[in-house]
Design a binder for this molecule. Structure first.
Ligand code: ZN
Length: 206
């Protein structure tokens, strides 16, 4: 038995080491939470005709409808137009224990010239950690596939990002206050394109 102990210790070290980085390269299923921002009495960004809560819900539903991959399991924090606190969302996410969290939002600025997609990671994440790597890869994917420019990765102390044990990226899909971005974000075909870009991204992670 004496000899077995070092083996056991070595094995434990190896196993714990292999779990320090998420491993998406096996053939198992990947579980992804799509967190559509806002809902119910919380409209998020809004223009005369459009509301952020509706745009992100529409894109979430398109992700659901387009997903044909049985190994990509998509979970939603909300599928109805309902108010959910950030604490509720964080609790749901921690119960699901996903491999990845993508929180969908739409931006707004008093500067109507401001446009483009922005990717947020937690301010507690490091420049070379899994979250940052995923945000960069997602940005590259959107640069290739999408009509709205995907320029920036930013760090912010957002609650959902900080509370998530899994890599989490918040995507501001574009500016509702910008005419060109608004036209894209509210166009059904463009919403479908955003949904299929996200879906193809998570399928490739698996
Ligand atoms: Zn928002």
């Amino acid at each position: 038995m004496k000899k077995a102990i070092p083996y056991f210790v070595a094995l434990t070290a190896l196993v714990s080491l292999s779990f320090t980085q998420p491993n998406f390269n096996n053939n198992k299923q990947i579980h992804v939470v799509i967190d559509a921002g806002h809902g119910g009495s919380d409209f998020g960004a809004s223009s005369i005709l459009y509301k952020e809560k509706q745009i992100v819900a529409a894109i979430s539903q398109k992700i659901k409808a387009l997903n044909q991959n049985q190994d990509v399991i998509i979970h939603f924090t909300r599928e109805e137009d309902e108010f959910l606190s950030l604490t509720d969302r964080a609790k749901m996410i921690s119960e699901i224990k996903p491999d990845l969290v993508l929180s969908l939002h739409v931006n707004q600025s008093a500067n109507i010239a401001k446009s483009g997609m922005e990717f947020y990671v937690s301010n507690t994440s490091k420049d070379n950690d899994a979250t940052h790597t995923i945000a960069q890869a997602l940005q590259e994917k959107f640069k290739k596939d999408n009509a709205i420019s995907a320029t920036e990765i930013k760090k912010a102390p957002f609650f959902i990002l900080k509370k998530s044990a899994a890599p989490a990226v918040l995507i501001e899909l574009g500016y509702l206050s910008n005419t060109a971005d608004r036209a894209m974000l509210t166009d059904e075909k463009q919403q479908e394109k955003i949904a299929s870009t996200i879906l193809s991204f998570v399928s490739e992670l698996k």
